[in-house]
Design a protein around this ligand. Structure first.
Ligand code: ADP
Ligand code: MG
Length: 688
């Protein structure tokens, strides 16, 4: 390493051991790292706007002379000052203020304020602006737009600005290496792009910058996405260098399973099954993502893969995200595999004491061929004798490293286990190219024959009574229904209480119906009983929280009411809706929304009414909510880029692939520097 990639941030003025340590938490050790810590957004403090020209909701600098100031006793006590310039007047309002502040705002004082203007009862107002007293001759304004850096506690904006300003001085002296082979996005060169983004000139196109569409951003975004792609590529190569058991495919072994299914695999299922079978036969670990819309029949594909591993004398672990789903899989797999004389076990958090010990022992001794469970399967006390395949269902919320950890549960000399990740939440292609570049992808793009689409209606909650009547009619005719209560609160307790209240109310309104209840606060046995009663048709209506979101399969249920659907993401609603439409009866979904519904809310629900294609819905969801929400990885930071934004930069992805392949083939020496530059030392990817 040479140049600014080799100069420690300790060289900068004001950086002592303490600050250096804080910077290291951001992965910033050298001056070059600092330069790649890019602003999130900008403020324009380069010019003074006349009060009359102030636009609402935009940060701006205003100047004026205080005409009056006083403490006002309205609903809340506030300090109010009216300032005036040649063009108009503006009210400054402070709800928290000191005596000194009141004195500062005496009439005749000239102020420069910075903040957002809003329209109040008395014309234009600014709440709690930043302000300072100025002389009439004071013309000093910022020369560039003011960058706002991403930060958590510990380092203030002024500190970031100061550090980055110093780093720019180094940058001008000693330019960093261009690491990308020339591309059409390199309009300005790396150094100029960095300088521009840390200190855009006053005339910079703020709109473009806000949208991430400025050429400087595009160029850096491309480089960042390439670096990200390469890091996944490297991870995948490391993974493939490890051995795995070659599980040969034999059509005969699958015969007894397929013959007893009672249906033929669809063409899509056959294709996907073949892709998986081929992977499993290789002596390196499979890492494959199986995507298929709800109801497309992923479980049976998992069964085929499992059988291939078992036929080769290896064990299989199937992991579901919830107890309910683990339970359901255990039933399906038992019904398929027990007739074949295959030993199946289940292991979830609720298996305790002696029973758990016995199960663990059977797994360790290799007596169990297939274990279905929750993440409890991967606790320390569970050791597999001969794990050949791990299947993770409905679980795309894992980070890369968590995915890998799952395959290490076997004796090291056997190599890694193969891994199949199944998800029913279709992942937009744009996103999977980025988030799952380390996985191969199989897609079931066809539903089993005879499925009727679920007809979806939007109904305003004022008409709740009509909906209740509809439930009464449907259940009266022997059909079954779900009533889903949504709450955005993360709290299980609140969700449970809401569901209990709804159940109580419906029991009152519909005394003739057997009404079940299921929520996350119930004990596993209670949940299981509630599910079993519904499956058996003993309860006609099941009131549920979103715990039933994934996987649950009750074909006789043909009506679903979702209360307050506006609170959920589209993909999640699509998942929920997928619980009906599994049988032969025409199914309906009622989205019982709360009024008033925002225009955006209405648009979102309309997407759902008009499409039953999970991929279309997922693309919309990505546009409307962003990748963090769609992947559920906001907390893990998995998809946090410095410059790149999705879907705004999705149009770069094709080029990303081209450039990344070119680097791998023709410039392998650039791979490590690129990854280091963009993923820093704090990154998940750097830890490999
Ligand atoms: P998902 O992909 O949502 O996990 P499942 O595997 O639960 O879907 O399958 C949904 C239902 O469709 C199950 O009842 C399953 O037995 C059935 N099924 C799967 N494949 C077919 C097929 N090729 N033809 C008919 N029914 C099928
Ligand atoms: Mg499923």
């Amino acid at each position: 390493m040479t140049g600014i990639a080799a100069i420690s941030v300790r060289e900068l003025r004001g950086v002592g051991p303490k600050l250096a340590e804080k910077l290291a938490d951001y992965g910033i050790r050298e001056i070059e790292d600092l330069l790649f810590h890019l602003p999130l957004r900008y403020q324009d403090r380069t010019r003074v706007t006349p009060i009359a020209a102030a636009r609402e909701g935009v940060d701006l600098v205003l100047e004026g002379e205080v005409k009056v100031s006083d403490i006002v006793y309205g609903k809340r006590r506030s300090l109010v000052a009216r300032i005036q310039d040649g063009s108009g007047t503006l009210t400054l309002r402070f709800f928290h203020f000191s005596a000194a502040q009141k004195n500062n705002l005496r009439p005749g004082t000239r102020l420069r304020c910075f903040g957002q203007v809003r329209r109040g009862g008395n014309g234009l107002e600014m709440y709690h602006p930043e302000y300072r007293q100025i002389e009439t001759t004071d013309r000093e304004l910022d020369e560039t737009l003011t960058p706002i850096y991403p930060t958590t506690a510990g380092i203030g904006q002024n500190q970031w600005r100061n550090l980055c300003r110093q780093a720019i001085v180094y940058l001008k002296r000693d330019q960093p290496r261009e690491l990308l082979p020339v591309t059409k996005y390199q309009a300005m060169g790396l150094t100029d792009a960095l300088i521009y983004l840390h200190s855009p000139p006053p005339n910079a196109a703020l709109e473009l910058l806000r949208e991430g569409a400025h050429p400087a951003q595009l160029q850096l975004a491309l480089e960042e996405l390439v670096a990200h792609n390469l890091s996944l590529h490297r991870l995948r190569q490391q993974h493939q260098r490890e051995g795995a058991p070659a599980l040969s495919a034999s059509p005969e072994a699958l015969m007894p399973l397929l013959a007893n299914l009672g249906f033929e695999l669809t063409a899509a299922q056959q294709r996907v099954a073949a892709e998986i079978a081929k992977d499993l036969a290789q002596p390196w670990p499979m890492l494959r993502l199986l995507q298929g819309d709800v109801g497309s029949g992923k479980t049976v594909i998992a069964a085929c893969a499992a059988l291939q591993a078992i036929a080769n004398g290896y064990q299989v672990a199937i992991m579901a995200p919830t107890e309910i789903l683990a339970e359901q899989h255990w039933r399906s797999f038992s019904s398929w595999f027990e007739p074949l004389g295959i030993q199946i076990d289940w292991l979830t958090g609720r298996l305790k004491g002696k029973k758990r010990k016995q199960t663990s022992e059977r797994i360790a001794a290799g007596e169990t061929a297939l274990v279905v469970g929750t993440h409890a399967l991967f606790q320390d006390d569970v050791e597999f004798a001969k794990l050949g395949l791990v299947i993770v269902d409905e679980q795309h919320r894992f980070g890369v490293h968590q995915r890998l950890a799952l395959t290490e549960k076997t004796r090291p000399e056997l190599g890694r286990a193969h891994q199949l990740v199944m998800t029913a939440t279709p992942i937009p292609r744009t996103l999977s190219m980025v988030a799952y570049a380390d996985l191969d992808c199989s897609i079931i793009d066809e539903l089993p024959p005879g499925r009727l689409p679920v007809s979806t209606v939007l109904i305003d909650s004022n008409r709740r009574d009509q909906v209740v009547e509809r439930v009464a009619n449907a259940c009266g005719e022997g059909r079954q229904a779900y009533w889903v209560c949504t709450l955005i609160e993360e709290s299980d307790l609140l969700q449970a209480q809401a569901a209990e209240a709804v159940a109580a109310q419906l029991r009152e309104q519909l005394p003739q119906l057997e009404i079940g209840l299921i929520h996350g606060r119930m004990k596993p046995l209670e949940k299981e009983a509630a599910m079993a009663a519904f499956k058996a048709g003993n309860t006609a209506l099941l009131v549920a929280t979103t715990v039933i979101e994934v996987g649950v399969d009750v074909p006789n249920a043909s009506l679903m009411i979702i209360e307050n659907p506006e609170r959920l993401g589209l993909a999640q609603l699509h998942q929920l809706r997928g619980r009906v439409g599994r049988g032969s009866a025409a199914s309906h979904c009622v989205l019982l929304y709360q009024t008033p519904l925002s225009a955006n809310g209405k648009a979102r629900l309309t997407v759902l009414r008009e499409s039953s294609d999970g991929f279309v819905i997922a693309e919309k969801d990505l546009q409307l909510r962003g990748p963090g929400e769609v992947l559920g990885t906001r907390q893990t930071g998995l998809m946090e880029f410095r410059v790149a934004q999705l879907p705004a930069h999705a149009h770069l992805l094709d080029q990303v692939q081209v450039v990344a392949s070119n680097i791998i083939d023709a410039h392998p020496e650039l791979l490590e520097p690129l990854i280091k530059r963009w993923t820093g030392s704090s990154s998940e990817f750097a830890k490999v």
